[in-house]
Write a protein that binds this ligand. Sequence first.
Ligand SMILES: Nc1ncnc2c1ncn2[C@@H]1O[C@H](COP(=O)(O)OP(=O)(O)OP(=O)(O)O)[C@@H](O)[C@H]1O
Length: 345
Amino acid sequence: MQPAIEVHELRKTFKVQRNREGLAGALRDLFRREYVEVTAVKDISFTIPQGEICGYIGENGAGKSTTIKMLAGILVPTSGTVRVAGYVPWRERERFVRNIGVVFGQRSQLWWDIGVIESFRLLRKVYRVPMADYRRRLDELVERLQLGDLLNRPVRKLSLGQRMRCELVASLLHNPSILFLDEPTIGLDIVVKTEIREFLIRLNREHGTTILLTTHDLQDIEALCSRVIMLDDGRIIYDGGLDELKTRWSRGREIRLQFGRAVSLERLAQLTADLPGASWQAGEDMTAVLRVPAEVNLSDALARVVGSGVDIRDIKFMETSTDEIVREIYKSGSASGAERLVGAT
Ligand SMILES: Nc1ncnc2c1ncn2[C@@H]1O[C@H](COP(=O)(O)OP(=O)(O)OP(=O)(O)O)[C@@H](O)[C@H]1O
């Protein structure tokens, strides 16, 4: 089976006009423009098999949208090769677009002033979807995303959540095998986010749709993606499973203990003195947090405390969230982190 997406040494450099300072600078700009080059994507390579949901994440300006635009055929790369559904996206445009769906959270593919259903009818013609297929597909999508009474409203009268659900329908009317989503849940409330995530999971399961999605919402990743590609300054700094990312980067696990009687930090530290990297921090109301590195067995650590006779009232295990892990990775510096992370798959 050919992969859904194959990217090899992909690079995109933009030429940006440099604005000189002050009035004199502006005048000089009028006569002789100066340009600087910005390389948004720096020779990245990855392969996504059919049917995978992959999260494409990174900080603002990391190069995510630029990559998606090249994969969708909207931008032509400076160098490197791309194959999506077996096509070179920017070359075989007309045939290619019938295989992909694209949703840019911040931009609409629907016509603003006409009823949603009119946009869908136009898109059917653009993608040359046979009428019977269109009807079947539309019915399924309208039911799944509960769009029934929105179809005749103009897009400008829809809430953001309603519009996003319509955008998804629009991108899927022609039954594409690959879906690109750029910030699909941005600005939505938690109820709509959950609905959209559930819809995407079902779409992937039932139709085998490959999904590549960029997001700043790590709960999207947790809910949807088995794989994460992380970008920093145009380079891939991690490509692998979400679980692996968590274990590798987790600063360890934490156990919060509440005691029935006061106990000194020194005493607690003595109990775990033989565990490398274990540390204690005092909390409020006779609580303390024990932090152990990932390589230390949690039950070993706990056994030392429980077996010591200190009066424990409550024990709570705390897991480091994906948000924290990603923040840690960025903080630790991409250059040094990169060597440790690349090649995780
Ligand atoms: N058309 C363009 N012309 C010039 N520079 C551009 C253009 N598009 C993007 N860039 C630059 O390329 C870099 C990467 O931008 P890109 O939009 O791909 O990042 P991103 O990861 O999608 O960020 P965000 O999360 O903010 O959307 C940025 O420095 C941006 O300013």
